[in-house]
Design a protein around this ligand. Structure first.
Ligand SMILES: [Ca+2]
Length: 313
């Protein structure tokens, strides 16, 4: 099998960084065609910079990185420095990137790449607000049917909200964009909080990253250390959930995950529940299924895979 071609659309973010590292550590299975940065956890200049910091950490300055949309469709940007720190990548002390940003806009990169490859051969991996993807779909509707699959981190049903009582951050930041993507007809796999809250970096798992004793292993341990303070205070859990790497892990090992093929609709108008992913988990409506909504993960299998792959960088 040739490696699966993916575009990572991201707002790094410590957990985005780990998701990117896992992809770049797996060249036999994954070919990263490029990385599209979007505003989210921190503003666009920082996410575009952080994406390049991560590529250089992985020893892959050849991966093209593009800057995309700097604000949601028709809303003001909401960021999450309270979780990720001022830089978005607080924790390790990593050097500023030397590799340049590419000239093209990330939305043009997404459109051009999908048009340049055979239909059904490029997968989109959104790890942040869906602004770039929705903008590309709106501007170039012909690309939607060319997408092999969208595997995204976002939303929640049983765990409900992390940025409001009802909404998960990525969807909340740009609910109109999420609505466009969920109605697009492209095949979608969703990693909601329901599953990412089961992928917890316990002390033993963090120690395993550090024990790699490589720059990547140590940086990942420091990132998850930083991330953890926030989640431990908030949820009282045994460690921080590693949200975004679930997306990359699904590309590598879908057998680690299970879910239901159901309808997911995004709330775009209610003030109270804006950005909620209304997931018909119990199939109580006749709305047609549009997404595989993941609910469970083999967490130890996931962390074993992650640690084994990070050791390769
Ligand atoms: Ca993210």
């Amino acid at each position: 099998m040739p490696p699966r071609k993916i575009i990572i659309d991201t707002d790094p973010g410590q957990d985005d960084a780990v998701a990117i590292l896992l992809a770049l550590a797996s060249p036999d299975e994954i070919e990263v065609l490029g990385i599209a940065a979007v505003a989210g956890n921190v503003p666009l200049p920082l996410t575009a910079k952080n994406a390049r910091i991560v590529c250089e950490l992985a020893g892959r300055p050849d991966v093209p990185v593009y800057a995309g949309c700097d604000a949601p469709i028709g809303r003001k940007l909401v960021t999450a420095e309270h979780v990720h720190g001022k830089t978005g990548l607080d924790g390790p002390d990593l050097p500023d990137p030397v590799m340049p940003l590419r000239d093209a806009h990330a939305v043009d990169f997404i459109i051009d790449t999908l048009r340049a490859h055979a239909p059904g051969t490029v997968t989109l991996c959104p790890l942040g607000p869906l602004t770039n993807i929705a903008t590309a779909f709106t501007r170039a509707p012909d690309i939607v049917s060319r997408v092999q699959e969208i595997v995204l981190m976002g939303g929640a049903y049983f765990e409900v909200g992390n940025i409001t009582p009802a909404a998960e951050f990525n969807i909340y930041v740009d609910p109109e964009a999420a609505d466009i993507v969920f109605r697009s007809g492209a095949p979608i796999v969703v990693m909601p909080l329901d599953v990412t809250h089961k992928a917890l970096v316990t002390k033993a798992r963090n120690d395993a990253f550090r024990a790699l004793a490589t720059p990547v292993g140590i940086a990942v341990a420091q990132m998850t250390d930083f991330f953890e303070r926030f989640d431990k205070e908030k949820y009282g859990s045994e460690g921080a959930p590693l949200h975004d790497p679930c997306v990359t892990a699904y590309i590598l090992r879908p057998d680690l995950f299970s879910g239901r093929h159901i309808n997911v609709t995004v709330e775009t108008s209610s003030e109270l529940t804006l950005g909620m992913t209304v997931a018909d988990w119990w199939r109580v409506t006749d709305r047609a299924p549009n997404a595989l909504f993941i609910g469970d993960i083999d967490a130890q299998g996931f962390f074993d895979l992650l640690t084994e792959r990070l050791a390769r960088l």
